[in-house]
Design a protein around this ligand. Sequence first.
Ligand SMILES: [Zn+2]
Length: 357
Amino acid sequence: MIDYKGARWIVACLWAGTVACVSAEPIDFVLCCASLDRPVRSHGSRYAGPMIDAHAHLDPSSSKAYRDQMLAALADGVMDGLLLMPTPNHGRFKKGAQSVGQIAELAAIPGGAIGSLCGAYAWNTWMGQQLSVSDSGLEKRRGELEARIASGACIGIGEIATRHFEKWAGQAVLTVDFRSRALHALFTIAQEHGVPIDLHVEPMEALGRSHEQTSFAELDQIFGRYPGIIVILAHTAMTSAANVQRMIARYPKLYFSIKAVNRHSHWRNLEPVSLRRDKMAYFYEDWAQLLERHPQRFFVGSDFKFSRKIRNSPGGRKTLKKYRKLISRYRDLLGSLEHQAARQIAWDTPRRLFNLD
Ligand SMILES: [Zn+2]
């Protein structure tokens, strides 16, 4: 993919069933990156209200006992709702289908508090490998996904990565060409079914190569071409608070999940949260102010990989004890915001966005 550095306008011709040329103008963005040493918001009394974690994953090979621990965390009130979805790279897992089935089982528990987003397993690595996909492959996937959305088994599409770079040694790179008709089929399904699509789009590579111009222009194309679409940019769009403010001003149907990253060496350029020497997590003041101004656009998305056992992935084995600690960290973080904003982010925004009742 080509970056048009310095070009304010780009014109892209998209192939998605019919050829269409769409003008796109990226937000007037601030170049990466903000200082990691900028001011943070001090903690208040920790947020003790209801909370939904609306962006988490379940890796393959979890035991029944492990999944029971997940349900126990919900029953204990660690959080009140949990939305699980395959990771963008789920298609690479040998037993990927198994955990997709387990997510579906957990989401199907009557009266349960777990929901599911779908599509990433069958679509993301498949369309990332090739610009040109077969008609039969596309129709098969489209039929399956639309049926699952129509049945209510899936309340959104995700997590779909178009730019997913190597942030820790060995992490698989996954990119999808924006001209991909499979990608545009997903946008069309999201729009037609009125469900959000959760996108992972890194505007910067960890070592500093910028894709800001192109990725922000592509976002503009998405809303230009699919005016009814609801988009979530995962992990607060992995850009600065200043850029997210500009996106909010321009796109009324754009939402953001908040990831409390603790080690910035693993994931630069997306720092709403700072982990200080006292090992406590704090919102940077610029993010705290943005969250308080627009709490209806943000929700908690831990990005926790339940059952992950990959040794060199950040944080090592993902135990329920670690998850409980992470959610506790979110309660401290939310406690630093005005109470109404904290409650909106923790509860009201994800409930409205995903039509949860
Ligand atoms: Zn992600």
